[in-house]
Design a protein around this ligand. Sequence first.
Ligand code: PHB
Length: 373
Amino acid sequence: MQRFSHLFSPLTMGNAHLNNRIIMAPLTRLRAIEPGDVPGPFAAEYYAQRAEAGLIITEATQISFQAKGYAGAPGLHTDEQQAAWAKIVAAVHAKGGKIAVQLWHTGLVSHSSLQPEERAPISASAVTGLHVRTSLRNAQGQTYRAETTPPREATIQDINNVVADYAAATRRAREAGFDFIEIHAAHGYLLSQFWAEVINHRTDGYGGNREKRAKLMLEVIDACVAAWDKNHIGIRISPLGAFNGVDFGYHEDDTVWLAAQINLRGIAYLHLSEPDWAGGKPLTPAFRQRLRETFQQAIITAGGYTAEKAEQVIEAGYADAVAFGRAFIGNPDLVNRFAIGAPLQHFNEATCYGGGAEGYTDYPTWPSKQTDQ
Ligand code: PHB
């Protein structure tokens, strides 16, 4: 008998049929080739090893050179990047998997050394004193942590470019064969910066009340839907959390309102990154219920889940699928390990970011495989 009957039941999301509800969460691994931000030589193998997931969501991927905030993060805005992603998608599909690309603009979580013409990164406002950190590469190509450089306030032209760049990256994702794009509106990156009162001090149409602070995010959704269609679009938000050194406050009502606006677009899924992932308070059952009642398509949730807890949250009806991040780093065969009750392997933090195959494609699978029963 199947151990986790909910986790292992299929799910139709948008037009796609997922074999199970165990999702690989987006994981930044910083192994892209520079210059050019092209996915690295081991990425196809890395993702294909994890193709048993109901859906793989890739590492966060830039929509433009300006969107870059971490040395070694890939993009999907040049032909070379698109060709590399197409090979990755083909490798996952060849193993029967499904794959979404997570598209981001990091906004102020960046460094002028990564920016075109070494300009200041953009954000909603030119906030200072946040002490946010990012990752850079040294002359030997090794990843190290560094404080971000102060942002400038995005102009209307910058904002229009962000919307257009999201649409262009969505078209490239469709051409590369992806099953979905996921808009990264979580964790204090650009769309989350516009949404956050602590960062957005604008007095134009993109700042002020919640309608205005959500305007950019909703324009991006609409542009992505227009560039592909609603069934291939998802979005990730991180309600109620503190991320990247900034406390975004506790606004349940605003989050439910935002979920309702997203729901109006009819997109395939809403992906929640829960606050306890980053040390915040867990979501309450009442709040989960409000989100469930508000958003009619699939809900994916994530944040330090075990298989048992995931099974419960699906059984309770709060989510349709659960994404696992760190567990997928050290366990390429996480799905099979859940199925047979095998122990999980911890991953090595020293080889998480940057580098090559070590700590990336060399994690072993469990000796035995689930047998059909
Ligand atoms: C990270 O590199 O730690 C990271 C990147 C993107 C996220 C969250 C964390 O959304």
